[in-house]
Design a protein around this ligand. Structure first.
Ligand code: ATP
Length: 149
């Protein structure tokens, strides 16, 4: 008879699905996922309890056979079940698909906006989010080619 805490019945892989409003960015069997949520980074191993959480803009990392892979994700939701992680994000880019020049330009624009006098700013909160997206993209782009750690 299987024991209550029988580890052999736990799944050993997770299916990670990353969806944006326009496409499925990623569908992959992974060993684990580390994702940014509004409450901080969360690590998810196969067999994790069910969970629904709010995704923050930041770096999502997943591991496959000893190699780390990185994605830039922008705010959304994440649903976790013991076998699957579904990320619904406003935008998501794999490290190799990031246009560094575009992210640098977005960073420059956001920083210039944040330095304008308060009464001339379009929206402080929106600009801060834009800056966070650009910084995340630059951070992830830097990881490209350094998958093995
Ligand atoms: P920008 O000001 O450069 O348009 P943004 O943060 O306003 O950046 P988003 O609204 O987050 O852009 O994204 C719009 C689309 O463009 C999404 O599909 C996103 O994946 C893509 N995208 C944005 N910036 C980059 C980038 N630097 N490299 C690759 N794709 C990007």
């Amino acid at each position: 008879m299987p024991q209550k805490n029988d580890r052999s019945s736990r799944p050993t892989k997770l299916k990670l699905v990353v969806v944006t409003p326009t496409r499925i960015e990623l569908e992959q069997e992974v060993d684990y996922v580390v994702a940014p949520t509004i409450k901080g980074m969360i690590g998810i191993l196969p067999g994790h309890i069910r969970l629904m959480t709010v995704l923050d803009t930041g770096v999502l990392r997943y591991r496959i056979n000893g190699s780390n892979y990185y994605m830039a994700v922008s705010e959304g939701y994440m649903e976790v079940t013991p076998e699957k992680v579904v990320v619904l994000a406003e935008a998501a880019e794999l490290a190799e698909n990031i246009d560094v020049e575009r992210a640098l330009e977005a960073k420059r624009k956001a920083e210039a906006e944040l330095h304008r006098p308060m009464d001339e700013r379009i929206s402080f909160a929106r600009t801060q989010v834009s800056l966070q997206r650009a910084l995340t993209r630059l951070q992830v782009a830097k990881k490209y080619g350094k998958k093995k750690e």
